[in-house]
Design a protein around this ligand. Structure first.
Ligand SMILES: *Cc1c(COP(=O)(O)O)cnc(C)c1O
Length: 382
């Protein structure tokens, strides 16, 4: 026998635990939709949009098919297209830059802050300069609330104002978190989120939503999500998409939103336990004063070159890890043709080589988490 008997592997994100908690309520809610048969934009969609607006304080919520579509809807409503530049961080999920290309614009990459992993607003001026030098018109910036932590929206707003940029907050990972003691959803001109199952507020399939306080933008996005409809869906006033949230998903989300504040608190308890158990050995994620995180990921930094051995050691203990993101966007095959802002993206490259994420979800109990912490400590000391 080994000195340590291997324990069964633990999940990276435990969707089954939440499913058990919500099973009775969700099953009843879904059965209701199956009975009324209004599967697209049914009553649950309108109810969920109203509840989400109340939750985050936004005037309008426009739900749609995915988080990526939510970003597209907003950029389309902003009127962004060919010849325009959209500034976004290089260290993020690809969809943040993909949507700029999907509307015909050009993404221009800026760096992130090495401590928060979020957009460094100081890089925006240089990206504007780079865009202009390339003959593009800088129109918008997309800050991302990466890994659940709200970006520095005060600094982003100031830079955007100075350069006449629209602001689209990509809150796919951070929805539910706060900046300046205010929940995400009302920063910038629009906020997009995703209900992909693994996101902090996920559904049982694909889904997304855009939040805005602007009546005109909200009307445009409601039109674009149904083929650019006018007075009715057979009046076509612009080119649009077919991007609605399924009524069944809205019914699921209504139940999930009820426990979301409790889950956010549980995620923060898990994050605090990680910090207590690990901060003497490694730099644990920082949360600046006035901001909060919903901990979509718990991401630590290792010395470059040690990550593979670290991940293998944890895996041997039944502890899964993940790397978000191994390649910054400006080095990806699909994106390397697009410009990098004048200030460069050194932090994005460094982080891509150093980050690794540990299991994180609201149902990570203390004994299981102690196993993770113990395994991480042994791997770090090896
Ligand atoms: C998940 C994600 C998206 C896209 O959401 P989908 O619903 O998968 O289309 C966009 N931006 C970021 C930062 C994300 O993490």
């Amino acid at each position: 026998m080994n000195a340590r008997t291997p324990l069964p592997p633990i999940p990276f994100i435990d969707l089954a635990a939440q499913r058990q908690r919500l099973k009775p309520a969700v099953d009843v809610a879904v059965a209701k939709v199956l009975d009324h048969c209004q599967f697209i934009l049914g009553p649950e969609v309108r109810a969920f949009e109203a509840e989400l607006a109340a939750f985050c304080g936004a005037k309008h919520v426009v739900t749609c098919a995915t988080g990526t579509d939510a970003l597209v809807l907003a950029l389309r409503a902003f009127g962004i297209g060919p010849g325009d530049a959209v500034i976004c961080p290089s260290f993020t999920f690809c969809a943040t830059a993909e949507v700029a290309v999907l509307v015909g614009a050009t993404p221009v990459f800026v760096d992130v802050d090495p401590v928060t992993f979020n957009i460094d607003a100081n890089g925006i001026a240089g990206a504007v300069e780079t865009a202009k030098a390339a003959g593009l018109v800088p129109k918008a910036v997309i800050p991302v609330d990466l890994f659940g932590l709200a970006a520095d929206h005060g600094a982003v707003a100031a830079a955007a104002k100075a350069h006449g940029l629209m602001v689209l907050d990509d809150a796919a990972q951070g929805f539910g978190a706060s900046s300046n003691n205010r929940r995400l959803g009302t920063f910038g001109h629009a906020t997009a989120t995703s209900f992909f199952p693994a996101k902090p507020l996920g559904c049982y399939g694909d889904g997304g939503a855009v939040m805005t306080d602007d009546d005109t933008l909200a009307d445009l996005m409601r039109s674009i999500r149904v083929h650019g409809m006018g007075s009715d869906r057979y009046d076509n006033v612009r080119i649009g998409l077919a991007s609605r949230l399924d009524t069944i998903q809205a019914a699921v989300l209504i139940e999930k939103l009820k426990i979301f504040p409790d889950e956010i608190e549980a995620r923060n308890v898990v994050a605090r336990r990680y910090a207590e158990g690990l901060s003497d050995l490694i730099k644990v994620p920082a949360v600046p004063a006035g901001s909060t995180s919903v901990w979509a990921q718990y991401t630590i930094r290792l010395k470059a070159g040690t990550r593979d051995a670290f991940a293998a050691a944890l895996k041997a203990d039944g502890i899964p890890t993940a790397i978000y993101y191994p390649i910054p966007l400006h080095l990806q095959q699909a994106y390397k043709q697009y410009p990098v802002g004048k200030g460069g993206v050194a932090n994005s490259e460094k982080l891509a080589a150093e980050v690794i994420s540990l299991p994180m979800h609201p149902y990570l109990d203390e004994p299981t988490q102690a196993r993770v912490i113990d395994s991480v400590r042994r791997a770090l000391k090896a």
